[in-house]
Structures are given as C-alpha cells and as structure tokens.
Design a protein around this ligand. Structure first.
Ligand code: M6R
Length: 587
C-alpha cells in the first residue's frame, strides 16, 4: 500500500526521502513522487513506475532543500498516471500533501472546494486534503488550526503528511499508521519505521486522531480537538531495518529458507506473558479467531490445533467479520492474527469486537503495530522483517506459536517444545528439496489450473499452498478438502489437470489415497507431498516423518518453494506480485 515519508533536518532532503521510499518498496506501489521546499519555494517531481526508474528519468533526488515529503502510491481512486501520483499541491503551490488511506467523503468535499474556486489536477481522493489545508490556512493564517479543521472534515482512514512553504512539516493520522522518527537534529514522518531506521532508532508512534507539527523551533502534538498532548519516544530495534537479500536472488526465497531458524524462534516467549495470554483463552466463554489471507489460514489451523486441546473456537475471515460481530459479547475473546498488525480488515474486526465488550488478543510480527497496541494482550512471532509480499515465514511462525499456546492450555507434555530439535532438522531436510522442487515447477509451469488437496490439518495447508501459487505465479490454483472432490470439483478433472496432494502417512492417508486413485483414473497428473513413496504419484516430493500434528509446519514449505519457482518460470517478480501490497491498509 502507499508509503509516506517526510523529512526536516540538516541533510539533503530528497536523498533521504528516496532512500526511505526504497526501504518501504516491499509494501507495494505503482507510482512515486517527492516535493521539497527551497528558499520558500515548493518543488515537486512525480511519475509512474518504480522508485529507481522514476528517479533515473526525473532525478527526484536532485531536488534541493532540507525539508520535503515523498510517497509511493498504490492506486485506489484514479488511474495509474503521472498526475495522480502524490504529492498533491494546493492551488497556490505553497502546500503539498502525501496521503495513505481513503477519504470516503472526497466527492462532497471536492464539490464544495470547487464551488470556492479550487482547481483540481488529479482524480484522487487525496488531493482534497491539500485544498482543504489551503482553504483553512487562508482563513486562519495558522498551520495548527488548518490541520485541526482539515482533519475534522475528513471521513475515512488516513495518514497524511504536509509541507508548508513557511518551512513547516506536519502530519496527522486516523486508522492508518504514521510514525515520527527523532534524530539528533532532524525529524522524519513515515508509514513504517523502515523509512527512517537507517538514521535513527528513536520513534514516536502517533495514536489515532494525533496531529504533529514540526517547525524550525519545535515539535508539538495535538489531537483533532486542538488539545496539546504529549507523546513518548520509543527505542526500536535496529535489527528491524536489517533486511537484505543476502545470497538469495529474492527476499521470498530468503524468507522461505529462514524458516529453519524462525519456526523455533517463535517459541521463545516470555513465560509470564504467554501464560497470561493462554489464561485469557482458557477462561473465555466463546473464542473467535480472525485474520486475512495467509493469517486466516493460520486461524483455520488454530481451530483444529485448539480442538485437540478440547477448546472450541469459531473462525471468521476479517473481511466478513462485520457481518457476524453480533455473536460476540463481554464473555468473548477475539484472537486476531496478523503479520503486519496493520491490515484494515483485521483492525475493523478488532474494533467491532471491542465495541461488543469482547477482550482482544493478537499474534503479530510487529510489536509496535496498531493491532498490538489495540490488543489487551499480544504475542510476537519474532520472525524478523518479512519483505516479500507473500507471507511465508510468518505463516509457519504463527502456527508454531499456536501449537505452543494449545499445548499450554491443554497442559500437554511432549508438545511442540519437546519437538524443537526434530522440527529444525525436518525443516532443514525439506529445504534441501529446493532444486528438486524447481524441477517439478519446470514440469508443471504451463498448467492453467492447479488443485491442491488435503484432509484434516492438511486442508488449511492446501488453501495456503493455492494462495501462494496464485499470488506468486498467477496460475489459477484451488485448495480443497480432499473428500469434497466428489461433491463437485471432480467434474473439472481431466488429463490436463495437475493435482497436488498433501499426503503424509497419517490418519488421513488411506482416505486421501482413494481420492488420488479417483483423480488419476480421470487422467490428472499427481504431485504427491508425502513421507512415503508411492508409484501413484507422477512427481514425488518426499518429506521427513514427523509427529502427525506437526506436519503443517513442514509440508507447507514445498508448496512455498513450488509457488516461488513457478513464479520464476513464468517471469513474474516473486517479491512484488502485480496488484498486491504487503500491508493491506484499505478495506
Ligand atoms: O499482515 P497480515 O498478516 O494481516 O496480512 C494479511 C494478508 O493480507 C496476507 O496474509 C496476504 O494474504 C499475503 N500476501 C499472502 O501471502
């Protein structure tokens, strides 16, 4: 999604802004732009494309000045064209704005501003912010008041940063993240700490309805009602910024391989915090789990994992939560799972649950995220920055941690903690299949449709595998419960079909084997992921034997690798799949 960066200090602003935008590229975008202030003059350049490309053709980093704002846009309102890229300028070119989120009442505001003589140059919802600021500044001649009046008029979700040619940098947030970086003699405003972590590890996390105004003499904070407020500086971990590809050609491949360490790392929890977290679940009358995309697949697995500890939970996809939130009350607990902790659908669910009086727990990768801060209690999966748009290591970390939670609640000995060594060894063995899986990808790369089957625990993994193949390789893929095949999807199977079967030798083995025979007799090619060789498979991916309940942790890895290599075979960029963003902050 869009990334925002603002800078005021002693350095050459445009270089700092470009560097920050590059660090946030993983969030996904289609256009880029920056604006700086030099000697009271506002200068701006913007265009469609990647930061490096646009910078090469327009030399964004040559704009002079020590104050500026930058943006990468992920289009929602208005096409992907240069004039819709941010920053957007007010009519008299003294104010420029970059925005992340959606202004729901922009049509109405635009009409009103048009009537007052404002001229719009883009089709975006964001541009109204620049004109509103200008309108209120003309009336009040006061930047703080202009910010307050503008924020009060906006309906929707937003984080925006504005520069005024009087040398002031301001920002405001409502339901979208905005973080202040505090350097020695400079300030940053960014959607993500990665935007400034090369310069400072001191951050101020703005709350909803916060406004920050930074001028030559000081930094001050207000709420939308105009009350002065104070905000604490937090020291963030430098390691969060430590994201590079190492020896791998893509972040996605690196992150898949990192699972050898990250799965067990997610089990390193503060005992007390973990116990408190588990107690809340154990004492709840009704438990709901929510998440989006991959994190929703973790929720589906959590349901099965917890049921083994005799805990019944309901799962609700976050984007569907608003239609079911009536089921929650003050005796309910909502467990929200999210890598980023910023997903709009998840945040909406959490707010709805809070409104119903429910307690909110979360499992996140970013402890400073909006979700963690809104939760009554949270656990961190601790898998380090996940830059690839496809969730890989965060998925296995989430489920490993969920096994641990289930073991504690169910007072189970011989649980995942006792399997740490065998787990690490098994993950490493699966990762050694890398080149074999690359060969399988080459064999099936021209398929139009791929089906993935699994029963029990393997069913959510089949959904996750299909999601990975769709988003990375753009091949249509469908995950399904193997037993459901005969209830309809079998009609699709013919000798062009590729069917991947998650088929370890466990309690699901013989039923799934019957399904395989049914498919095979219709001419489909079978890719078997199993710990047991079987001639029924056309391609065998042999994984190690492990305790039955832990298979999801290792069997998803061949599917992630397969999706990665299918993406390479099909000339897609696995790190930045088309149309997708890492942090989905719109509903
Ligand atoms: O940050 P979150 O876990 O809340 O993100 C949720 C989904 O947007 C995310 O898992 C998405 O489905 C992934 N790109 C899938 O690989």
């Amino acid at each position: 999604m869009c990334s925002i960066i603002g800078y005021k200090g002693s350095d050459h602003a445009s270089s700092v802004l470009i560097e920050g935008l590059k660090k946030m590229e993983y969030r996904g975008y289609d256009s880029v732009g920056i604006a700086t202030i030099k000697s009271g003059k506002l200068l701006t350049r913007k265009g469609v494309g990647k930061v490096a490309e646009v910078n090469k053709s327009l030399r964004l980093d040559e704009l002079p000045g020590k104050l500026g704002i930058g943006h990468t846009r992920w289009a929602t309102h208005g096409g992907i064209v240069d004039h819709n890229a941010h920053p957007h300028l007010a009519c008299n070119s003294t104010i420029a704005v970059v925005h992340n989120g959606i202004i729901e009442n922009y049509d109405e505001l635009k009409e009103e501003l048009n009537r007052s003589g404002h001229k719009f140059k883009s089709e975006t919802d964001s541009e109204v912010i620049a004109h509103l600021l200008e309108e209120y500044f003309e009336i009040t001649r006061d930047i703080r008041l202009s910010m307050i009046f503008t924020c009060k008029r906006l309906v929707g979700s937003f984080a925006f940063v504005a520069v005024f040619n009087s040398s002031t940098l301001c920002g405001a947030r409502y339901d979208e993240p905005l973080i202040v970086g505090v350097g020695n003699d400079d300030y940053f405003l960014s959607s993500d700490i990665l935007g400034f972590l090369n310069h400072t590890d001191k951050a101020i996390f703005l709350d909803n309805r916060d406004i920050v105004v930074i001028n030559d003499s000081d930094i001050s904070f207000f709420n939308f009602d105009g009350d002065k407020i104070s905000r604490k500086i937090t020291q963030v971990a430098w390691e969060l910024g430590d994201a590079d590809k190492g020896k791998y050609s893509h972040y996605t491949l690196k992150e898949i391989h990192e699972q050898q360490q990250t799965i067990v790392k997610s089990l390193e929890q503060d005992k007390k915090n973990l116990e408190n977290f588990c107690n809340v679940i154990a004492e709840a009358k009704n438990i709901f789990i929510t998440g989006s995309g991959t994190s929703y697949h973790s929720a589906l697995l959590a349901k099965q994992i917890l049921s083994k500890s005799k805990i019944h939970v309901e799962t609700i996809m976050s984007s569907e939560f608003q239609y079911s939130s009536d089921m929650l009350d003050e005796n309910s607990v909502l467990l929200a799972i999210s890598q980023s902790g910023e997903t709009a659908d998840v945040m909406e669910s959490v707010k709805a649950a809070k409104d119903m009086g429910a307690k909110v727990l979360s499992i996140v990768n970013i402890p400073t995220s909006s979700l963690a801060r809104l939760s009554d209690s949270y656990l961190e999966v601790n898998c380090g920055p996940e830059i690839g748009v496809a969730a890989t290591k965060s998925f296995t970390s989430q489920i490993a941690l969920l096994y641990y939670v289930a073991d504690i609640i169910g007072r189970k000995s011989n649980g995942i903690i006792d399997s740490k060594e065998i787990l690490t060894k098994s993950v490493s063995e699966v990762l050694e299949l890398d080149s074999q899986i690359e060969r399988v990808a080459n064999q099936i790369k021209d398929s139009k449709d791929v089906y993935i089957l699994g029963r029990s625990f393997h069913y959510p993994v089949s959904l996750e595998g299909a999601l990975k193949i769709k988003e990375l390789s753009y091949i249509h893929a469908e995950g399904m419960a193997a037993g459901e095949l005969k209830h309809g999807p079998l009609a699709l199977i013919d000798n062009n079909s590729i069917v991947i079967v998650i088929h370890p030798n466990d309690s699901t083995y013989s039923d799934t084997l019957s399904n395989i025979h049914t498919i095979k007799s219709r001419g489909a090619k079978i890719v078997g992921i199993s710990n047991k060789r079987n001639d029924v498979y056309d391609y065998q991916i042999i994984i190690p034997t492990i305790s039955e309940f832990l298979y999801p942790l290792i069997e998803v890895i061949p599917l992630q690798l397969l999706a990665y290599y299918l993406s390479i075979c099909n000339n897609a960029n696995p790190d930045y799949p088309r149309n997708l963003a890492k942090s989905v902050t719109v509903k």
